[in-house]
Design a protein around this ligand. Structure first.
Ligand SMILES: [Zn+2]
Length: 224
């Protein structure tokens, strides 16, 4: 069977969590990304998206697509080349797979620990972690969040994993550690082109990336 990047392996409330029919936000309104779900938001060039780690312990998988051609999207591979770093920081531009800035990373009130290395979780990943039946996952949340505003995922780009604590040692080893952010920490991105951003409150409750108690919590965002 051929692989359709837009079709989820299962369903959750991401399908019914759109903020409006086409994802256009009301400026200044605070929206919730429900725990374990994903939400898409449409940005005009020049608008600022603030993502808030309401409880401080939650990782958010984060994507941005060119709203006029979704096969151009924020690309971790291209960002790492441009920044010569695996850790983008406030002040950095964030490139697409066409090496154009789609977002500027303007502010970060957290300690600045985010990840660009790990692929988004998907149902197959959870089966490898011995979860048994279907498990909510960020890949399906991306697919459903785009469906919910009338769009289709053209691919599953590697996400910018906000607040995900994946240390990289000098030897190149990786680990999965709890976030080091605090309640109310926020990151602010400026859209450099018309964009659709998607945020998933990562449902990873097998590894301790969302804290050691296995509790998945909501995130929040607003556009100004
Ligand atoms: Zn995830």
């Amino acid at each position: 069977m051929s692989f359709d990047p837009a079709t989820p392996d299962g369903e959750n409330a991401s399908l019914t969590s759109a903020i409006s029919a086409d994802g256009t936000p009301q400026p200044g309104t605070r929206y919730t990304v429900p725990a374990r779900c994903g939400v898409a938001v449409r940005l005009r060039a020049g608008q600022r998206l603030t993502v808030i780690n309401t409880h401080g312990t939650q990782v958010g998988d984060f994507w941005a697509f060119n709203a006029e051609a979704l096969d151009e999207y924020m690309s971790m591979e291209h960002i790492r080349v441009d920044l010569r770093s695996v850790f983008p920081k406030a002040g950095d531009r964030l490139f697409t797979n066409r090496r154009r800035a789609i977002l500027s990373f303007e502010e970060d009130t957290s300690p600045g620990v985010h990840d660009t290395v790990m692929a988004a979780c998907d149902n197959d990943r959870y089966q490898l972690l011995d979860c048994g039946g279907y498990h909510d996952n960020c890949t399906d949340n991306l697919r459903m969040a785009l469906f919910a505003i009338g769009e289709r995922a053209p691919a599953i780009p590697s996400p910018f994993n906000l607040w995900m604590n994946i240390p990289v040692t000098a030897e190149g080893a990786l680990d999965f550690l709890p976030t080091v952010s605090g309640p109310g920490d926020r990151v602010i991105f400026r859209a450099e082109m018309p964009a659709i951003a998607v945020i998933s409150a990562c449902p990873q409750d097998i590894l301790p990336v969302n804290g050691t108690d296995g509790s998945i919590r909501d995130l929040a965002f607003e556009v100004n």
